[in-house]
Ligand binder design. Structure first.
Ligand SMILES: NC(=O)c1ccc[n+]([C@@H]2O[C@H](COP(=O)([O-])OP(=O)(O)OC[C@H]3O[C@@H](n4cnc5c(N)ncnc54)[C@H](O)[C@@H]3O)[C@@H](O)[C@H]2O)c1
Length: 320
């Protein structure tokens, strides 16, 4: 049975990836410092858990004992915080990736799948973004991911490590109640948090050149995203590649459409507050997913309704 080290495996996406791996016959070891990871996601589900920091290279070398491949999701991911404190982001995200590559080289582990982001792309008014489109991150967070992609590719080529970076678009939903998203920045948990406080959710900008005036984004169900890691892992297991792939649903949903689905899933009428545009928000960002469909044979299967219903069930389940 192939053994996979999941760095950042107690996180929202990492726990889903860990479960998908187990369901596909892999054995997993989770490595996480629990800076944003949650015990509820691992306790009683995954028994091989290393509590350590990716900046601790010795701990990584030790954790790689008996490991065949690595999925690296550990990062800080709050865009605004990265603007206020770029050093913290470069140190954790780029420094962590560097350490991991060094430890993998020491231990001769030759397969890596990395969590990147659509935040690496330059603003673009194309109907959908392809991997070959220009990159120019708007935030230090996005920059740490682009630099990590480059690091991974360069070291991968030199050291014979087969690598894939997956550029996630907007992730939502949950496949298990306990795995739910605890972040404060993504749209769906943000709406739930506002309602919990007794407030109405906010929509930033309703005068964009889109069908209903609100921004359009590509939302992908976290279960589909987790499955894309299995496809990527099989690719790095069977061939020497240094690739990047978009992972999204390939469909655009406006903020208003998301509010409508959230309202239906919660069975609660929402009266969103229409706030001014936020600096840096572009009207539309949708993934082209033809490259990943063609090369890895992966495509998303879950609907928007399944995504939001599952996010709401998780929110309710974890509030009890
Ligand atoms: N959630 C999204 O919509 C989204 C979109 C694009 C990319 N991503 C990327 O996907 C990855 C996972 O995101 P997530 O939403 O699950 O976030 P998350 O914060 O829930 O998961 C990240 C995990 O990494 C751990 N971690 C962070 N720094 C660490 C360190 N120094 N040492 C050890 N562990 C550390 C955290 O404790 C956490 O468990 C991140 O790399 C993120 O940048 C997420």
């Amino acid at each position: 049975m192939a053994r996979v080290l999941i760095v950042g495996g107690a996180g929202y996406i990492g726990a889903h990836v860990a479960q998908a791996l187990v369901d596909n016959g892999y054995s997993v070891r989770i490595f996480d410092d629990f800076s944003n990871g949650l015990r509820r996601r691992v306790d009683g589900k995954f028994d091989d858990v290393v509590v350590a920091d990716v900046l601790d290279r010795d701990a990584l070398v030790k954790a790689l004992d008996g490991i065949d491949s690595v999925i690296h999701l550990a990062a800080k991911k709050a865009v605004e915080e990265s603007v206020a404190n770029p050093l913290k982001y470069y140190e954790n995200n780029v420094g962590g990736t560097l350490n991991l590559l060094a430890a993998m080289t020491v231990k001769n582990v030759k397969k890596l799948v990395f969590s990147s982001t659509a935040a690496v792309y330059a603003p673009n008014d194309k109907s959908s973004i392809e991997e070959s489109d220009p990159v120019e991150p708007l935030s230090p967070y996005g920059a740490t991911k682009l630099i990590s992609e480059e690091l991974i590719k360069n070291v991968g080529i030199a050291e014979g490590i087969s690598t894939i970076s997956l550029r996630y678009f907007n992730v939502a939903g949950s496949s298990r109640i306990e795995f739910g998203d605890n972040s404060k920045d993504n749209l769906v948990p943000k709406v739930f948090a506002a309602i919990k406080r007794g407030n109405e959710p906010e929509i930033y900008g309703d005068d964009y050149p889109t069908k209903d005036g609100t921004c359009i984004r590509d939302y992908i169900h976290v279960g589909d995203l987790a499955d894309s890691h299995i496809a990527a892992l099989k690719k790095v297991e069977n061939s020497m590649v240094h690739e990047v792939y978009n992972v999204g649903s390939g469909s655009g949903y406006s903020v208003q459409e998301m509010m409508d689905q959230i309202s239906e899933s919660m069975n609660k009428k929402l009266h969103p507050i229409h706030a001014p545009r936020r600096a840096g928000d572009i009207p539309q960002l949708i993934a082209s997913i033809s490259k990943i469909e063609r090369d890895l044979g992966w495509k998303p299967k879950r609907t928007l309704k399944e995504m939001i219903d599952s996010a709401w069930q998780s929110e309710v389940g974890n509030s009890q």
